[in-house]
Design a protein around this ligand. Structure first.
Ligand code: SF4
Ligand code: SF4
Ligand code: SF4
Length: 311
């Protein structure tokens, strides 16, 4: 991002603070829900095809320059137990304690159609960009971690161990997409359990699979009709799921079709009304952003270079 772009955004932040200082508040539910752009891209993950090989986890690390997480294995093996500051994609195993039912589950950012994290990020570090991809630009991050509070899937993680920590989450390998390549995880999956494509095509393919084998797939709870998770949940997601066990057992919440961002707005309004005057809040956040830039520059040797986000 150019210096001009940065100035524009910071002016926008100042203007927003000035408007907020007038005491005018927008109704939390008065927003218009976003819809997926026609060229939205995403992933389709099908638990019936996944064998838990975790090749996608390794490929994700390599695609995103992340080190192996060997903390659970005394430094020997790459064994992330969950998403964390160095892991954007993880394969988990669900096992029913009382039956043979089991399933793998790929956890990562779902690239919501109307993302709560974007709504919560007051300085625009998280944004919905080209093809509907939700990107992160550490240059603008104040480290407030509101995105962590509002994400319905508990996706964003924080680099607690670093001097200048950033938020970490899947950005759909947009740096590879710009080079005409596909995401690291979909490129290597030996079973095509996770595939990349246009959201409309992925949705049609998921529905085709359900129509072909309706007994194979499940819904939200036991006994519910089969569904594509992400078609409507929380306003829809661009990463879609098919499962042979109820989605609730995989930890995917039962969300209505209403977008989640009004929750984020409620968080912000609570801050405005009960914490500090908005101008003071924005001044503090601005100071924190620049302090983070200085720390980042000191640790990387670079002058506060943005590391994320499609340009
Ligand atoms: S799209 Fe890229 S960052 Fe996201 S899970 Fe796949 S490999 Fe990881
Ligand atoms: S899954 Fe969470 S982090 Fe990803 S776009 Fe949705 S709200 Fe944001
Ligand atoms: S590479 Fe494919 S089959 Fe292997 S764990 Fe990942 S999604 Fe499952």
């Amino acid at each position: 991002m150019s210096a001009v772009d940065r100035r524009t955004v910071l002016k926008g932040v100042a203007a927003t603070g000035a408007v907020a200082a007038t005491g005018i508040s927008l109704p939390a539910h008065g927003r218009v829900a976003k819809v997926a752009p026609p060229d939205a891209v995403g992933l389709l993950y099908d638990t019936t095809l996944c064998i838990g090989c975790k090749t996608c986890v390794v490929a994700c690390r390599e695609a995103n320059d992340k080190k192996p997480d060997t903390r659970l294995s005394g430094g020997l093996w790459d064994m992330p137990s969950d998403l964390n500051g160095q892991t954007k994609n993880v394969i988990k195993l669900y096992k029913d304690p009382d039956s043979p039912e089991r399933s793998y589950f790929k956890a990562q950012c779902l690239h919501c159609v109307d993302p709560a994290c974007v709504g919560a990020c007051m300085i625009g570090a998280l944004q919905k960009r080209e093809f509907g991809i939700v990107t992160y630009d550490s240059f603008f991050c104040s480290g407030c971690r509101y995105c962590q509070m509002v994400c319905p899937f508990e996706i964003p993680k924080f680099e607690w161990e670093k001097l200048a920590p950033k938020i970490v989450k899947c950005e759909l390998c947009n740096h590879r997409l710009r080079e005409g390549r596909q995401p690291g995880c979909t490129e290597v999956c030996p079973r095509h359990a996770v595939v990349y494509g246009k959201r409309t095509d992925l949705l049609a393919e998921a529905k085709r699979r359900i129509a072909e084998s309706p007994k194979k797939y499940k819904g939200q709870k036991k006994g519910d009709p089969p569904k594509v998770y992400g078609e409507t949940e929380g306003g829809g997601t661009q990463c879609l799921y098919l499962s042979h066990v109820p989605f609730e057992k995989l930890g995917l919440p039962d969300l209505s079709a209403d977008p989640v961002p009004h929750v984020a707005q409620t968080v912000q309004h609570g801050i405005y009304q009960g914490f500090v005057a908005p101008v003071a809040l924005y001044a503090v956040l601005g100071a924190v952003v620049f302090r983070n830039r200085k720390k980042q520059a000191a640790t990387s040797g670079e002058p506060g270079n943005p590391t994320g986000g499609a340009e």
